[in-house]
Design a protein around this ligand. Structure first.
Ligand code: HEC
Ligand code: HEC
Length: 440
């Protein structure tokens, strides 16, 4: 009703050429506009406008690459290096980056090879009993969402991929603690380099024969006409296609995005109140300030590690627990993690690199309290942000609502293919998952 009235009011404004725009903005809108004078700064591009998306000169975005990558990310037929024969062709990148769970696993830790089952959105995947803890494919950190990754200069919680940007000047340290990483991305983009390595880590391989048999040869040829055949039919070609796909997985339909683009009904009044807090009293934007609402700031928030919250194949000695310091080995980087993007996090908890907070409300309460959780993080390393914020209960609720629903793109399913060329069940293809997903 109010909407209809104000729509008529807008028509009135148009007809009589009176500028009524100012009167229609609520006090929340006005405050938010003052805090974000340049809304352009946070607007994400339409995923179809490939030229507007950040990309690497080594791998210019094309619709052909995106179309191929959209299938490869979900295609179990290349999962051919599993530790056990009976797990071949049963997992994909999307085993741990599930679209329905905001491109995270739907459970605390992701398991690809050595996991069975799916549930509704990945929450019921368990370790396959015939695997040792040490032989499954799982990492000692909560998976990052592969959303808006085009805006990440150096990927991973520790920023270890990409030979440029924040890794310039760290050359002497490359390969010392962590073979690969930055050095793999020399003359490539961070994502291009990482995804070549990721395909090895996640036990997937590509040869001309496998690609041909699975029916993908024409798509590889259309995507990479200028790449040598040797590179095209390999992890490199596959990584370049998957990277092109990931770069356009963008959350541009979130309420906050609509509001930024001028739709003042895009967000609810409560979400606007939360946004005002985000950009002022709560100070979230001092670190979450890039277009994806993450940034390359490495900070120690003093939160627990994954082994303390049920993670397997990890422990106190896991270098991942040291964050940036685990990559560089430098004392000043210890316990500092990259500031992650914030869209669609409400689709699956838990939160932080160690999955130590169950809900987004817990995260906001943690910041509001400002007391470190992890006693191994010395105060000298701890971010100065970890101190009481003084938010009221209502403010905590408003801020939580902004992050949970104001930053939620409700239509991520557009990035999932209807089927893959092999016809196999995806994202998982093990017997238990097939039952869960109704594939039989
Ligand atoms: C077994 C679970 C698992 C599988 C399978 C998996 N990932 Fe991930 N992914 C993770 C975890 C965990 C991280 C964060 C690791 C870290 O930073 O220490 C991550 C991080 C990433 C990132 C970095 C995002 C950022 O913001 O820095 C990208 C890109 C990515 N994965 C792509 C892929 C691709 C492509 C595949 C398939 C080849 C894949 N992943 C398969 C668990 C998984
Ligand atoms: C001092 C920099 C900084 C500030 C200020 C900050 N954050 Fe963060 N934020 C980070 C870092 C770094 C992480 C990852 C830390 C980790 O996991 O060890 C993070 C993680 C998060 C996560 C979890 C993301 C995930 O993938 O699990 C959420 C949600 C979040 N922040 C929201 C907020 C909100 C809301 C505010 C304002 C109250 C805020 N942040 C203020 C740096 C910051």
């Amino acid at each position: 009703m109010i909407r209809a009235l104000s729509f008529m009011a807008s028509i009135g404004c148009l007809l009589f050429l009176v500028s009524c725009q100012h009167e229609e903005l609520t006090s929340q809108d006005k405050e938010l506009h003052q805090l974000i004078p340049n809304t352009e700064r946070y607007i994400l591009p339409d995923e179809k406008n490939l030229s507007e998306i950040p990309q690497s000169p080594s791998n210019p975005l094309t619709p052909e690459k995106v179309a191929l990558g959209k299938l490869l990310f979900f295609e179990p037929v290349f999962a051919n290096e599993s530790k056990r024969q009976d797990q071949r062709f049963t997992f994909t990148c999307a085993s741990c980056h599930v679209p329905e769970s905001g491109f995270r696993p739907g459970r605390m830790q992701g398991i690809a090879d050595g996991g069975v089952g799916f549930g509704v959105k990945g929450e019921s995947r368990l370790k396959y009993p015939l695997y040792h803890n040490d032989s499954i494919d799982a990492q000692g950190a909560r998976p990052l969402a592969v959303l808006n990754t085009a805006y990440v200069e150096n990927t991973m919680w520790n920023g270890s991929f990409g030979s440029d940007h924040h890794n310039v000047g760290t050359e002497a340290l490359w390969g010392v603690f962590d073979p690969g990483t930055a050095i793999n991305s020399l003359n490539l983009g961070a994502l291009e380099g990482q995804n070549i390595e990721g395909l090895k880590t996640h036990r997937m391989n590509y040869t001309k024969e496998i690609i041909e048999n699975a029916g993908y040869k024409e798509m590889f040829d259309a995507a990479f006409p200028d790449m040598s055949e040797e590179e095209r039919y390999s992890r490199k070609g596959a990584s370049f296609a998957i990277t092109a796909y990931l770069r356009q997985v963008i959350t541009n339909q979130a309420p906050f995005q609509k509001w930024l683009k001028g739709d003042k009904y895009g967000m609810t009044e409560q979400q606007k109140k939360g946004a005002v807090l985000f950009f002022s009293k709560a100070g979230c934007n001092t670190c979450h300030f890039e277009r994806n609402l993450g940034s390359m700031k490495f900070e120690a928030l003093g939160v627990d590690d994954l082994y303390e919250h049920g993670g397997i194949k990890t422990g106190p000695a896991d270098r991942r627990n040291m964050g940036r310091g685990g990559f560089t080995g430098r004392a000043e980087d210890m316990f500092k993690f990259r500031t992650p993007q914030l869209y669609n996090l409400g689709d699956s908890g838990p939160y932080f690199h160690g999955g130590s907070m169950e809900t987004l409300e817990d995260v906001v309460n943690y910041f509001n309290k400002g007391v470190k959780q992890n006693q191994r993080v010395p105060d000298s390393q701890l971010s100065s942000f970890i101190r009481p914020l003084g938010l009221t209960d209502e403010e905590v609720a408003d801020l939580t609502e902004f992050v949970k629903n104001g930053l939620r793109d409700p239509n991520l399913i557009r990035y999932k293919p209807e089927s893959v060329l092999s016809g196999l069940c995806f994202p998982n293809n093990d017997p238990a998952s097939k039952i869960d997903m109704g594939c039989n």
